[in-house]
Structures are given as structure tokens and as C-alpha cells.
Design a protein around this ligand. Structure first.
Ligand code: ASP
Length: 399
């Protein structure tokens, strides 16, 4: 018998989010203990990431009918990632300059910083793409080098004997299908997983810092909303000629899970599932654009970082020149590409951005209290950007 429409996973997930907030606010002690349910759910999702990334990218590339098609999808994805990230950073800077949060405010440093300081230079950044040992990268779960290897592996396979390529293709295609089947099972657990995760997040962080840093929080949320509701849909509508809002309603489960987990990577199994089964995106486009996007295309993170660095400068009484704002623009773009799809990754990359304009990395302590809260929203926007990109590229290829 078909499930009643009202009780589908999407609605139950929304309910899980709302009940999770209530649960974490009123019973924080209990919510911290039941955290294990959410952690288990996250582990189940994460368990699927590496096999899915490798299999989906491999079959996406080897199923292309020609090398021209590979170039065409690759180029389109690259242009989309870069231009939407640049738009997000610009929007962040513009909204910041209009609202000017933190101007004249003096905010007490309420938390001490215990993030290990890492020097992140450009050369480290470039070197981090290439794995010296693919098994090490696999066991450490370093997604960027894994993607780099898989793309090369798949392109290499395009040059070998047809029958051998077919063997590899069939193997990875079967792996992909089996993983997607598992993903469906894990997705069915989403409402309960999300309830537990949100409950624990609210219990841990409380709502007080949100009030203290309200001008900063509101600026980030306003800019994220503009990007998600106006900028991205406009791109889909103008260049892809599809209705982005109707598309959003079909795939909304993925951004909801991104919101609840604050992890683009953990959301990947769900993104692939909804894009292919409900969003009308083909396996080859979804398999290429989504895993890559979950790792390097982070509009929400880029936008948040540009506002965060300007805010920190503002409350530290430092005025950034136009040239410094340009530096912010470039570093933030790289920082968002380099940020892993895991909770808090954007905050860690902030050290690089702060450094580029001479602000001490330790000033992240000023915004750390609200970071998890903002992380949920920016991850949802990161995910929505990837899904919109997949649909757009699908539309462009069908022309
Ligand atoms: N949590 C974000 C993501 O997974 C990255 C960030 O911290 O901004 O997409």
C-alpha cells in the first residue's frame, strides 16, 4: 500500500528538526545522551561516501560517449562552480557593506580557541590534491585526492581496450547500484537521526550566543537567503530554462539533511539519490557534478567566510582597504574550494583568510560560538548550489 503523502520522509524530517529544537532546548541533559543515535546515523551515511564517490565518478566519466562530452561536462561544471562561488563572495561583501554588522560594537571574547593552528599556504593547498598513495588517501578519507585519482583512473580507462573498459565499468556500475540501495535504507532513518542530531546541537550550543552576535548572524543569514532564493534560482531559470523552485521542492530532502548534518559529504548519498530519482538528472551528470561539487563547490561557505572576515576586522577596529577586500575575495574562493565537506571545515579555513589580511587567526574565537548554527545554513546552501548545478548542466546538455 502506498504510504500516505503526509508521512513521507521529507515531512517527517522537517518534523524531526522542529522536535529536535524543542527537545534540545527543554531536555538538554537527555538530548546530549541520545546523541549516539544521530552519530550512528551519520556514520551510516559516511560509510557510503567513499565507495559512492569512486563508483559514481568512474561510471560518469566512462559512460560518456566521447572525450568531447567529458570536456563539455567538465568545462560546464568548472565554469558553474567558479562563477557561483564568485557571485556568493561578492554578494557577501555587498550585503556586509550595506548592513555593516559589528561597526562600533565591542564584543567580549567568550570562548578560547582550541583549533590547532595550521599554516595553510598555496603550495600546500595545491599539493593536497595529489595522493602519493591512493590507499592512504582512501583509509584517511581524504576526498579531494580520492577524486583526483578517480578522475585520472577513469580517463585512463577511456584509452584502454573496449572490452576491458567494459569490465571495469560493469564492476563500478554494480558497486554504485548496491551503494544507492543502501543509501535508500539509511535515508529512511533520516527523521530520527536528524531529531537526535539537532537535539544534541541545540543542547550543546544553546541559544544565548545567537543574541550576542545577532547583527553578524542576521547578516550571514540574509546574504545566504538572497543567494539561495534569488541568485541561484535565477541562474537555473535564465540559463537552464527550468523552474528552479519546482525542482527544489522535488529534491528538498537533500538540503534538509545538509542542514541537519552540517556536512556536504555526508549528504552526498542522498543528493545522488534525489537528483536521479526525483530531480530528473541523469546518472552521468549527477555522478560527475555532485561528488565534485560536494567537495569543491561551496557557495554558502564562501559567502559566510567573506562576511566573517569583514566582521572580525570591524569589531577589531581594523578597516580593510579595497586591495585587502580583493585579497579576501581571492583567498575566500580558494578557502571554500579547499574546505572539506564536514562540520566546521569553513571555520578552520578562516585562519587562512584572516592571515591573508594580517588579522590574527585566534580571532576566530570571536565567532566560534555561533559557528555550528551558521554551518547548518551554509551547508544547506552549499548542497542546493550543487543540486542546482547538476540540473542546469543536464538542461544544457539536452539542448
Ligand atoms: N560544513 C560545510 C559543508 O560540509 C563546510 C563548512 O564548514 O563551511 O559543506
Amino acid at each position: 500500500m502506498a504510504r500516505p503523502k503526509l508521512l513521507n520522509v521529507e515531512n517527517l524530517t522537517l518534523l524531526g528538526i522542529v522536535l529536535g529544537v524543542v527537545y534540545g532546548s527543554f531536555w538538554p541533559e537527555v538530548a546530549l545522551h541520545t546523541d549516539v543515535v544521530g552519530t550512528l546515523y551519520l556514520k551510516l551515511l559516511k560509510m557510503l561516501i567513499i565507495p559512492l564517490v569512486v563508483a559514481s565518478i568512474f561510471i560518469a566519466i566512462t559512460s560518456l560517449s566521447s572525450k568531447e562530452e567529458l570536456k563539455s561536462i567538465g568545462l560546464k561544471a568548472f565554469v558553474y562552480y567558479l562563477s557561483t562561488t564568485a557571485l556568493a563572495v561578492t554578494l557577501g561583501l555587498v550585503v556586509f557593506n550595506i548592513i555593516q554588522p559589528g561597526a562600533g560594537e565591542h564584543i567580549l571574547q567568550t570562548q578560547t580557541l582550541n583549533i590547532a593552528k595550521k599554516e595553510l599556504s598555496l603550495s600546500d593547498f595545491l599539493l593536497s590534491f595529489v595522493p602519493a598513495n591512493i590507499f592512504e588517501a582512501l583509509s584517511k578519507g581524504s576526498i579531494l585526492p580520492i577524486i583526483f585519482f578517480t578522475i585520472f583512473f577513469a580517463v585512463g580507462a577511456l584509452f584502454i581496450q573496449e572490452s576491458k573498459r567494459q569490465t571495469l565499468y560493469s564492476f563500478f556500475d554494480a558497486v554504485n547500484d548496491a551503494m544507492m540501495e543502501l543509501a535508500k535504507w539509511v535515508i529512511a532513518l533520516t527523521p530520527i537521526g536528524v531529531f537526535s542530531l539537532i537535539g544534541a546541537t541545540v543542547a550543546k550550543n544553546g541559544l544565548t550566543p545567537l543574541l550576542q552576535l545577532y547583527s553578524y548572524v542576521l547578516t550571514v543569514l540574509a546574504a545566504l537567503a538572497i543567494h539561495a532564493v534569488i541568485v541561484l534560482p535565477a541562474i537555473g531559470y535564465i540559463f537552464g530554462r527550468f523552474n528552479p523552485y519546482a525542482y527544489f521542492l522535488r529534491i528538498k530532502e537533500a538540503p534538509l539533511i545538509a542542514f541537519s548534518t552540517a556536512s556536504s559529504s555526508a549528504t552526498l548519498p542522498v543528493s545522488l539519490e534525489v537528483a536521479e530519482t526525483k530531480g530528473g538528472v541523469s546518472k552521468k551528470v549527477a555522478g560527475f557534478v555532485l561528488p565534485l561539487g560536494a567537495t569543491i563547490n561551496m557557495d554558502g561557505t564562501a559567502l559566510y567566510e567573506s562576511i566573517a572576515v569583514m566582521f572580525i576586522a570591524n569589531i577589531s577596529g581594523v578597516e580593510l582597504t579595497l586591495a585587502q577586500q580583493l585579497t579576501v575575495f581571492l583567498t575566500v574562493t580558494f578557502a571554500s574550494i579547499g574546505a572539506a565537506g564536514i562540520p566546521g571545515a569553513g571555520l578552520i579555513m578562516m585562519t587562512m583568510v584572516l592571515d591573508s589580511v594580517g588579522l590574527p587567526a585566534s580571532s576566530i574565537a570571536l565567532i566560534i560560538a555561533v559557528d555550528r548554527f551558521l554551518d547548518m545554513f551554509r551547508t544547506a546552501v552549499n548542497n542546493w548550489g550543487d543540486l542546482l548545478g547538476a540540473r542546469l548542466i543536464e538542461a544544457l546538455l539536452r539542448r
